[in-house]
Design a protein around this ligand. Structure first.
Ligand code: PLP
Length: 392
């Protein structure tokens, strides 16, 4: 009998990581497996970014930095925030560079939440918000969105979930897993709601650069009057194909940022020094590689759309942003997304993520990652379409 913290009772291992592990195990056993489960871009990190980091290592830039992050990178992040979010955040005390967006979220929630507090999370959502809230001693309260209403967040749904214990509302746009981009009107409703209940908004905008067609990313801080209650999470993993670097940031009102900094200082302390130099090159350098990657995601989106558009049994709407597609499972043949996903793996060796992994409202769907290489996407979609066509 080992002593295990009660805080971990309801915390689960990441479902998406577990699936990728399963795919790798099958591959190693010699099966032809197509992995469309992971959220890791297949692209290499742009060369000038890698070069900046290796040069920093060669120069001996391999020590602790300020726990807030190197000043040049904070200034570059502040400039990006000014341009994209329409707010001025002081690089001195309103921005922290973190080792990953994940850690940015973690220190933010740890800074705000007390035991017994509630965190509103519109679902389906990215897998970690709920478990992070639990790690902070709080209770995640899913706000179940409806596929029939295109996973729209409405004041009505939020009002039905709020309580006197609610402290935080987490939003994520462009959205993982649904691919939705929140509209200005929806954001207005969200801000009005947060004001009415005095909630802090944690806005995860890690996919801000990845939008398609006429869709535009709107940061919630662009709406007048909400920056004093909003923390925005940003990252490098997705935009610059830098998942293994572990680099991100959080910006917000200094009163909260100063508290979050304590959590960072007593956990990992600081983001890697030369990693931050890479991040600086990413933000300040040529953005052509980013545009090229987005063009390829758009191509992948077209491949998925072509496969599913007229496929009987599968309901599919093109994603507006991020790099995930979130089609419906062939109903009524399958009663749950896990059943369908397991069938798909056995039937045609394609690994996707069951919608149920993303919380209430997700079951009935499955998530396809469009971040794999083009041949893999083509082969995966072909296999799924053939398998589903054989059902009818
Ligand atoms: N937020 C969302 C919505 C994500 O999908 C991910 C990664 O999958 C993250 C945050 C974490 O990103 P990072 O690699 O910077 O920790």
């Amino acid at each position: 009998e080992y002593p295990i913290s009660r805080r971990l009772t309801d915390v689960h291992r990441s479902a998406t990581i577990a699936l990728s592990d399963q795919a790798r195990t099958l591959q190693e056993a010699g099966r032809s497996v197509i992995n469309l489960a992971g959220g890791d871009p297949f692209f290499s990190t742009p060369e000038h970014v890698a070069k900046a980091a290796t040069e920093a290592i060669s120069e001996g830039f391999t020590h602790y930095t300020s726990s807030r992050g190197i000043p040049e990178l904070r200034a570059a992040v502040a400039a990006k925030i000014h341009e994209r979010q329409g707010v001025d955040r002081d690089p001195g005390d309103e921005i922290i560079i973190t080792p990953s967006a994940k850690h940015a979220l973690f220190i933010s929630l740890m800074a705000i939440l007390d035991v017994g507090d509630e965190v509103l999370i519109p679902t389906p959502s990215w897998v970690s918000y709920g478990d992070m809230a639990r790690l902070a001693g709080a209770r995640p309260i899913p706000v179940k969105l409806s596929a029939r209403d295109d996973f729209r967040i409405s004041r009505e749904l939020l009002e039905a979930a709020v309580s006197p214990r609610s402290r935080v509302l987490v939003i994520n746009t462009p959205n993982n897993p649904t691919g939705r981009v929140l509209s200005f009107d929806e954001l207005r409703e969200i801000v009005d709601f947060a004001e009415a209940h005095n909630l802090i908004i944690v806005s995860d905008e890690i996919y801000e650069d990845i939008v398609f067609d006429e869709f535009q990313h709107v940061s919630i801080t662009e709406l007048a009057g909400c920056e004093s209650r909003t923390l925005v999470i940003g990252g490098f993993s997705k935009t610059y194909a830098m998942t293994g670097w572990r680099l991100g940031y959080v910006s917000g009102p200094r009163e909260i940022i100063e508290q979050a900094l304590k959590v960072q200082e007593h956990t990992v302390g600081v983001a890697g020094s030369f990693i931050q130099r890479g991040g600086l090159a990413a933000l300040k350098g040529d953005q052509a590689p980013v545009r090229a990657m987005i063009a390829i995601y758009a191509k992948h989106r077209a491949i998925v759309d072509e496969g599913f558009r007229d496929l009987p049994g599968i309901e599919f709407r093109k994603p507006n942003g991020a790099f995930y597609a979130f089609p419906g499972i062939p109903a009524p043949r399958f009663s749950s997304s896990t059943q369908f996903v397991q069938w798909l793996l056995e039937e045609c060796g394609v690994v996707v993520t069951p919608g149920s992994a993303f919380g209430p409202g997700g079951d009935g769907h499955f998530r396809i990652s469009m971040a794999a290489r083009t041949e893999i996407i083509e082969e995966g979609i072909r296999r799924i379409c053939d398998a589903v066509a054989r059902l009818s």
